[in-house]
Ligand binder design. Structure first.
Ligand code: S3P
Length: 440
């Protein structure tokens, strides 16, 4: 674990115009599909974060030539659906659950064996959610003890499509099965208990693979080919989220976030913040590479606590650390339920946020599937000073940097190096907007 740490403290009202980096989910998928396509694809807006770069490095090792003409750009010379080649030694997914789970499906359909490994956090995350349904398709994947990485994928298996009712609302599971389905005989159909992000489906369609999908359902057959296409990655709503919360809670703030990805399966936090009374205006709506985008203007507002409607949970699954901070600054308690998945993210986000918030004087009440966060009326200090652990979880680190903007004194945030997995340049951008934040 890295010793990197930040000192965050109340800064100035947040002002100006910001561009946040490219979407992590879209960047992973763009590398994967462009690699498997016939022809050359150009990716722009690619996230120069460690997670997406780990996936890129894996495809290079699998025999794909990828050029970097400029920061945020890639030119991928696709090798075709059957063109990947075996490589020696394990493939390192770093911190990325998305990388590992999607690759499990994709590699299950290859003729060669491979092994997927990850960092300390990823090595604790549950993988049976993908290996079990993939086994039903005929895949052979061994996990470490208890169903965690490493994953040893045996190639040369004949896969058959399945119809799968997923008990979890998980885009990673759905995507793993769809990518295996590219190599399977017959149809692969996935039903979800609640709709999840549909980037794999949208991007397969953009690369010319026949696919049917609607919220909560995806269906495709094996045996087609992918046609190279250019991908324009929108700005990551999950990165914008920290600024949406920060500007909402810091008096005097007025911030514009430009061209943010507005896929409805990602913008649950926007609905929930608005229910809490946030002042966020979307304008200049358009489309970028087939994805909706908009400018978001956010101004400080008095927030009120709410019961977060469970219907929004999958659409804001990565935004709960930021939401907990907003909730602590709202008038009245906020209750989160139906969010047990938070316990198996890059950290146990319920426990880690609860511990950190308590350190800063917030008497949060933890539940197995959520938490109740007491509010705090008024525009003054909400959090005490102190030291909090991020447990190497990028979103926890950034959430506490946001909290510190309403703190009585310094908040030391430990183990911040992994912010580079999703949001390289966060410190510089946040400081430029007005955050009090030291470190790198
Ligand atoms: C992702 C899906 C979500 C999300 C993760 C990215 C994706 O995970 O939390 O950050 O790109 O498909 P789950 O599918 O496990 O909910």
């Amino acid at each position: 674990m890295s010793a990197a740490r930040w000192i965050a403290t109340a800064g100035a009202p947040l002002r100006g115009e910001l561009d946040v980096p490219g979407d992590k989910s879209v960047s992973h998928r763009a590398i994967m599909l462009a690699s498997l396509a016939d022809g050359t694809s150009r990716i722009t807006g690619f996230l120069e974060g460690e997670d997406a770069r780990a996936t890129e490095a894996i495809f290079r090792r699998l025999g794909v030539s990828i050029e970097t003409p400029a920061t945020g750009e890639r030119v991928v010379h696709g090798v075709g659906i059957d063109g990947l080649r075996a490589t020696d030694g394990p493939l390192d997914c770093g911190n990325a659950g998305t990388g590992m789970r999607l690759l499990a499906g994709l590699l299950a359909g290859q003729t060669f064996d491979s092994e997927l490994v990850g960092d300390a956090s990823l090595s604790k995350r549950p993988m049976r959610r993908v290996t079990e349904p993939l086994a039903r398709m005929g895949a052979r994947i061994d996990t470490g003890e208890g169903g965690v990485p490493p994953l040893r994928v045996q190639g040369g298996q004949r896969l058959a499509g399945i119809e799968y009712e997923n008990a979890l609302a998980s885009a990673q599971v759905k995507s793993a099965l769809l990518l295996a389905g590219l190599y399977a005989d017959g149809e692969t159909v996935i039903h979800e208990p609640r709709p999840t992000r549909d980037y794999t489906e949208r991007m397969l369609a953009a690369f010319g693979w026949p696919i049917d999908f609607s919220p909560g359902l995806a269906r495709l057959s094996g045996g087609h080919r992918l046609r190279a296409t250019d991908v324009h990655v929108p700005a990551d709503f999950s990165s914008a989220a920290f600024f949406l919360v920060a500007a909402s809670i810091v008096p005097g703030s007025d911030l514009l976030l430009r061209r943010v990805g507005m896929n409805p399966r990602r913008t649950g936090l926007l609905h929930v913040l608005r229910l809490m009374g946030a002042d966020i205006e979307a304008s200049n709506a358009g489309e970028q590479g087939g994805e909706p985008v908009a400018d978001l203007r956010v101004r400080h507002a008095s927030l009120r606590g709410i019961d977060v409607p469970e219907v929004h949970v999958p659409d804001m699954i990565d935004e709960f650390p930021a939401l907990f901070v907003a909730a602590a600054c709202a008038d009245g308690p906020t209750r989160v339920t139906g969010a047990a998945e938070l316990r198996v993210k890059e950290s146990d986000r319920i426990a880690v946020m609860a511990t950190g918030l308590r350190r800063l004087g917030i008497a949060i009440d933890e539940a197995p599937d959520g938490a109740t966060i007491p509010g705090s009326a008024g525009a003054g200090v909400v959090f005490g000073s102190g030291e909090v652990e991020s447990h190497g979880d990028h979103r926890i680190a950034m959430a506490f940097a946001v909290a510190a903007q309403r703190a009585a004194g310094d908040v030391a945030i430990c183990d911040t190096a992994n912010v580079a997995t999703s949001f390289p340049g966060f410190v510089r951008l946040a400081r430029g907007a007005g955050f009090g934040l030291q470190g790198d």
